[in-house]
Design a binder for this molecule. Structure first.
Ligand code: MYA
Length: 192
């Protein structure tokens, strides 16, 4: 079977400028929710992914693989790595475009094993927007920003209204999220 490369972003997608209130290059993005498996600091076995805005529509994230993240002995689980890319891409989309959006589709290419103890450096970018759809992609490199590529990913995010979270999420968790003071209404464009 021949592999047919699909254009990325697809025809019709347009460049997406950063939101005027998006954090600038060098900004640390911090934790969006303390119970988030990707970035939260309350979960001992979580990824504790940390992200910094780089130039343009790019965010650099990193996380260190621990024994909590294993699939094969001593190696990161592939689904766990996909989770790290979901977080890195979601953070990039959310912070740079300041539109609530959720992952509709996530593709991952696993190029090299990722050992426990290594740090994955993920560079993610927004590639374009078409209607409510946001296209983003990322490369994950082993142990250095210019290390060998271990994982590549592409994500399709779909802009949603805040009711997506309030109607489907757990009220106690939403209340905790609000108490953590995220200025969602003031700084985000919330009507897709
Ligand atoms: C409160 C703020 C929080 C801030 C957090 C910031 C940091 C975040 C941290 C990050 C954490 C990590 C992030 C996470 O983990 S997010 C958690 C994982 N994701 C989800 O739970 C999403 C579940 N899915 C849905 O809710 C709905 O299906 C959505 C909302 C996605 C679409 O249902 P909706 O009824 O609304 O819209 P629609 O069906 O008319 O679709 C609209 C358009 O999109 C196209 N389409 C849809 N799906 C696909 C697909 N699979 N492939 C290709 N295309 C797809 C579709 O064809 C259509 O295109 P077009 O016909 O218009 O051309």
């Amino acid at each position: 079977m021949t592999k047919q490369a699909q254009p990325w972003p697809p025809a019709g997608a347009e460049p997406a400028p950063a939101h005027p209130k998006a954090p600038g290059p060098g900004s640390e993005l911090g934790v969006h929710f303390t119970e988030c498996f990707g970035c939260g600091d309350e979960l001992e076995g979580g990824l504790h992914l940390r992200s910094t805005v780089a130039d343009g529509l790019t965010v650099r994230s990193r996380f260190t693989v621990t024994k909590n993240h294993q699939g094969a002995p001593g190696l990161a689980h592939g689904g766990l790595l996909a989770c790290a890319f979901d977080e890195a891409l979601g953070t990039t989309v959310g912070n740079l475009l300041r539109r609530p959006a959720v992952t509709g589709r996530l593709e991952t290419d696993f190029r090299r094993p990722v050992p426990v103890g290594s740090t994955l450096h993920i560079e993610a970018r927004v590639d374009g927007v078409g209607g409510r759809k946001i296209y983003a992609s990322a490369d994950g490199r082993l142990d250095a920003e210019d290390g060998p590529v271990a994982v590549r990913a592409r994500g399709l995010f779909v802009m949603v209204g805040l009711e997506h979270f309030t109607s489907h999420g757990d009220p106690d968790a939403i209340e905790k999220f609000r108490e953590q003071g995220r200025p969602v209404r003031e700084d985000w464009d919330i009507n897709p």
